[in-house]
Ligand binder design. Structure first.
Ligand SMILES: C[S@@+](CC[C@H](N)C(=O)[O-])C[C@H]1O[C@@H](n2cnc3c(N)ncnc32)[C@H](O)[C@@H]1O
Length: 499
């Protein structure tokens, strides 16, 4: 498989593993829900989401900066955002100064896509909007990260119509949306229930179901002698494949002899042709990759929609239309799915989740991440204005300090929750036992910050359980003593689970 190389790649290829874990600090809530809007660099925020959401996100939609080289929009479209530049300097080092904008963009995207891949559920899919500036590069790194076998589609969305008469060369009216499954064999897309079908279903069966008739013989499939045989019709007549030029046979039946025998009752005989019934698909059509109809919206309609919410002036240059994102969600989610957008911009994805839930009575949840300070004034504000509920977070303290010890700034409750969640996938709730994290599946979990695990410490334990996991600074009990009480000792900070 071809693999893309670029300057700085070796520095970022495993960088997602080095990203420090930070806690998320809730700043305020609008209504009550499980939706989240996070202000901060998505690299850090995605890492923060890993303990709770790894393997749980059904649909990711992202619309990263396209790297057009045009800066000065409300967001930086190149990778020259000061925060990203600082990050590149730290990760790639001195050679980072020589990177082209494509190298920089790839360095920025690669570790973020790695984390996104971990968050996807086994039946989930990611949709990535992109234009021709980086589409080819993006495809290659996605093949590497998600697996080329998990590539589902390159959708083509008509974002513009008309205009562009002053363009030199060929005007581009489209953008791409790359679609990858976490695991193609487990990922099933829903039908497109609003697809406009051109077939004329001009027959009706005894149950009132409409259908069209498709000829069983086809000129275009390629000749095969085994698919060229006579069939006796229900009227006793003999039906044969029609060859327009018998000396150069190209036609054949679509069904084999066995299939004709097995499904004979489904055939319709109208001399000289045999037909099959093609029933109207009332639950929708297979989604297609060409998104050109008005029902997918245009960039212009995205802007108008946003302007209507912000005193007639769109605070964002190129928001996506909610119709487009709603369509993607409709084919890639069920009613209880979690949806993630880690380049949230004006919050279109949350708006689309809210609209789709309103349409089908769903209870999808969204998680948005936005780097820029307008995360509150535009992203969250838009979601609030369209009636959405959410908790708003900032990135909080790192779990470990620079020397690898537990960061003194981290509250005990957050630390306990982290350790207990990593052990059990359940949240910590305080009890009247100071050092008890919780009891799960017969195992009691304790966390004694600076203490030594010895008999005096065991005397403090009040909960009776089949087994114990005890975190402590060190342990002076012998292995046989640990075994006798069914205790697993975990050393702080060494054995605190890492991501
Ligand atoms: C093209 S815009 C997304 C527009 C969005 N789809 C909409 O409809 O409004 C890209 C967004 O990603 C944000 N962004 C860029 N780098 C980021 C990062 N490292 N972490 C989080 N957000 C980032 C930018 O600030 C910008 O708002």
């Amino acid at each position: 498989m071809p693999v893309l190389d670029w300057l700085g790649k070796e520095k970022v290829i495993n960088h997602h593993l080095d990203v420090p874990f930070r806690f998320l600090d809730k700043k305020f809530s609008v209504g009550a829900s499980e939706n989240k809007i996070i202000h901060g660099d998505n690299l850090l925020a995605l890492k923060s989401l890993l303990p709770e959401f790894a393997g749980r996100v059904k649909c990711i939609y992202i619309d990263p900066p396209y790297n057009t080289g045009n800066e000065g929009w409300i967001y930086n479209d190149a990778v020259n955002d000061p925060q990203i530049n600082r990050w590149l300097g730290q990760v790639v080092g001195k050679e980072g100064e020589d990177l082209t904008r494509h190298d920089k963009w790839l360095c920025m995207m690669y570790p973020r896509l790695r984390l996104l891949q971990k968050l996807l559920s086994s039946d989930g899919a990611i949709f990535i909007s992109i234009d021709d500036n980086e589409q080819a590069n993006l495809k290659l790194i996605c093949d590497e990260i998600f697996g080329a076998q998990n590539f589902c589609s390159c959708m083509i969305w008509k974002c513009k119509s008309g205009g562009a008469n002053d363009v030199k060369g060929i005007a581009c009216d489209t953008e791409s949306i790359l679609v990858y499954a976490k695991n193609i064999s487990a990922c099933q897309f829903n039908k497109d229930t609003e697809a406009q079908v051109t077939t004329n279903y001009n027959h009706m069966d005894e149950n009132g179901r409409r259908y069209s008739l498709d000829r069983l013989d086809k000129q275009s499939l390629g000749y095969q002698p085994t698919l060229d045989f006579p069939i006796t019709g229900t009227d006793g007549k003999i039906y044969v494949v029609e060859h327009k030029n018998p000396s150069n046979k190209v036609a054949r039946w679509r069904w084999s002899k066995e299939t004709v025998e097995q499904r004979y009752d489904e055939l319709v005989f109208k001399y000289p042709y045999v037909y099959t019934k093609n029933y109207e698909k009332i639950d929708g059509a297979i989604p297609r990759n060409l998104l050109v109809e008005e029902r997918f919206g245009r960039t212009r309609s995205g802007k108008t929609e946003l302007a209507a919410l912000f005193d007639k002036i769109s605070p964002f240059a190129f928001p996506k239309p909610t119709k487009l994102i709603k369509f993607l969600l409709s084919i890639a989610t069920d009613k209880n799915s979690i949806v993630l957008d880690s380049f949230a911009g004006s919050g279109t994805t949350a708006h689309a989740v809210i609209n789709l839930n309103a349409q089908d009575g769903g209870n999808r949840k969204f998680i948005l991440i936005e780097l820029n300070d307008y995360a509150e004034s535009i992203t969250a504000e838009r979601v609030k204005r369209v009636g959405g509920s959410f908790d708003f977070f900032e990135l909080g303290a790192e779990l470990f300090d620079d020397d690898g010890f537990i960061n003194a700034e981290v509250s005990r409750e957050k630390l306990f929750d982290y350790v207990y969640f990593m052990e059990t996938h359940k949240h910590f709730s305080p009890s009247d036992e100071e050092f008890l994290l919780g009891v799960d599946d017969g195992i009691a979990y304790y966390f004694f910050d600076d203490e030594e695990l010895n008999f005096d410490l065991l005397a403090k334990i009040r909960t009776r359980a089949a087994a114990y996991v005890i975190y402590a600074a060190n342990c002076t009990l012998a292995d046989s003593e640990l075994d006798e009480f069914n205790i697993t000792f975990k050393k702080i900070p060494r054995d605190i689970p890492k991501l």
